[in-house]
Design a protein around this ligand. Structure first.
Ligand SMILES: Cc1cc2nc3c(=O)[nH]c(=O)nc-3n(C[C@H](O)[C@H](O)[C@H](O)COP(=O)(O)OP(=O)(O)OC[C@H]3O[C@@H](n4cnc5c(N)ncnc54)[C@H](O)[C@@H]3O)c2cc1C
Length: 435
């Protein structure tokens, strides 16, 4: 299969990822507007655009959707069950993700990436999750947290050094959580000290996605605890750096093929050039990146819900007969399927709206929180119902029904629990409605 980046590059040049707005014949374009990560207008004024449905994708985004969907079904699909049972990611899938260009969707072409927009990444994450949420989160963390942090905050030297690696073969991990700091992320205890020509890190990280496969780790540590969260600084640590080790790989309820590890930093010496951005700005970077990352998790949960729904729908409408008819012919069943599909569509609308607002340079924090909250609730409800719709066949570890149900639970936990999303939404609403 042709690589996504190869397939998309000529198109992306031709169309410049322009939003194709439906417009009347008399429309005279005043200024074209592109949803792209490259610096352009960021004033958030979209009034010159003719509105299009939120589900509308540009030509390149549609091509991304089709290509990733085909890749996921043909290449990942046959391996999903075995990877879940083995609790490990097949390394050939990771290699294929790089070959296909799915690991550097927004990374500029000069660094070996596809140079596409955020929504293209969101669509890819959703399509991967439709088949396997574990593979989806690997690509999600890599693209929306690690690549983004380096693109947004890294010096040009750091970008030149790490973006090509992250585009071609090195998986990335984002290391914020610790044993004593989860929701209260900035209470982290890992310490950084200045040395003559760099920094020394000591401490440990917990729950780190991709740690088993990763070569590049963004690590948050406090350089000056007397300043509290204002001492938090971000660094890049490479695999194999002396003193840096994986202490434990977790055994989990769901997304079992995705590695989640405890990491130890024991006098880990890194060069000055591995400072990401500025000292003391780490908390701002983490907030900024996680706000975007949440849209990725919302896309993962939407894809998961659709994958679970489609799997069950095929069964009830084609395979299983009871009382002399297909079980999907019973109205009691049809109403549940219709309700679930409506919720998935609503979740997707929240996800795409948050993504488009981010691309347009508008404030999207509340939208991202609402998308993640709702999509994870829908994923839990739909995948749970899908198990029931399939009866005993949904409960056994043969198909994907029970796995999707187990995988759905993580949506309410990582990148901010559901309570934390509710807190964010409520805070912003209260500010808006307080007189
Ligand atoms: C599989 C997996 C992968 C992960 N990957 C990463 C990763 O790659 N990088 C990384 O840095 N972290 C990662 N995490 C960590 C994840 O972000 C945290 O688990 C999450 O932020 C919650 O923290 P906690 O587990 O310590 O729960 P806690 O913070 O202890 O929360 C427990 C419960 O208390 C509630 N709670 C806490 N504070 C409040 C409050 N103020 N108001 C109301 N309720 C509250 C929570 O909502 C939750 O229900 C991962 C976690 C898992 C399980």
């Amino acid at each position: 299969m042709a690589s996504i980046s190869r397939a998309l590059r000529p198109l992306s040049r031709a169309t410049s990822l322009r939003l194709v707005a439906r417009r009347p014949a008399s429309f005279r374009p005043v200024q074209s507007y592109a949803f792209s990560t490259t610096p352009r207008r960021r004033d958030g004024d979209l009034s010159h655009l003719t509105p299009t449905p939120i589900s509308h994708l540009s030509e390149t985004e549609s091509l991304m959707q089709d290509t990733v969907s085909k890749f996921a079904q043909e290449q990942i699909g046959p391996k999903v069950r075995d990877m879940d049972e083995a609790e490990s990611m097949d390394h050939t899938i990771v290699e294929q993700l790089f070959e296909q260009g799915v690991m550097a969707i927004e990374v500029p072409e000069e660094f070996g990436g596809a140079g596409m927009n955020f929504t293209a990444a969101i669509v890819a994450i959703e399509e991967l999750a439709r088949v396997d949420p574990s593979v989806s989160v690997l690509a999600d963390v890599h693209n929306t947290l690690v690549n983004t942090a380096i693109m947004k905050y890294g010096s040009s030297q750091l970008q030149k050094e790490f973006l090509p690696k992250l585009a071609t073969g090195s998986v990335g991990s984002f290391c914020l959580s610790e044993p004593s700091s989860g929701s209260d992320a900035f209470a982290l205890q890992t310490k950084a000290e200045k040395t003559a020509d760099g920094y020394k890190l000591n401490g440990s990280k917990m729950w780190i996605t991709n740690a088993q496969e990763a070569g590049v780790f963004i690590v948050f540590a406090n350089l000056d605890p007397s300043k509290g969260y204002r001492g938090i600084t971000s660094f890049i640590v490479e695999k194999g750096t002396p003193g840096f080790s994986i202490a434990k790989k977790e055994k989990k309820l769901g997304i079992r093929a995705s590695s989640t590890c405890v990491l130890n930093f024991d006098d880990v010496v890194i060069p000055k050039s591995n400072l990401l951005g500025e000292e003391g700005q780490g908390y701002k970077y983490a907030i900024g990146v996680l706000n975007e990352g949440r849209i990725g998790i919302a896309a993962q949960m939407t894809g998961l819900a659709l994958g679970a729904w489609e799997n069950a729908a095929k069964y009830v409408w084609n395979d299983r007969r009871q009382f002399g008819q297909l079980i999907g012919d019973f109205q009691g069943m049809q109403h549940q399927l219709a309700q679930a599909y409506t919720e998935i569509t609503a979740a997707r609308a929240l996800v795409y709206n948050a993504a488009r607002k981010k691309e347009a340079g508008q404030d999207f924090v509340q939208d991202a929180a609402m998308a993640k909250l709702y999509a994870s609730q829908v994923a839990g409800r739909v995948s749970g119902s899908a198990v029931e719709w399939m009866g005993g066949m949904g409960f056994v570890r043969e198909g994907i029904a029970e796995k999707m149900f187990r995988d759905s639970k993580i949506g309410a936990i990582y990148e901010g629990t559901s309570n934390i999303q509710l807190q964010t939404i409520a805070k912003l609403l209260q500010k808006q409605y307080t007189q």
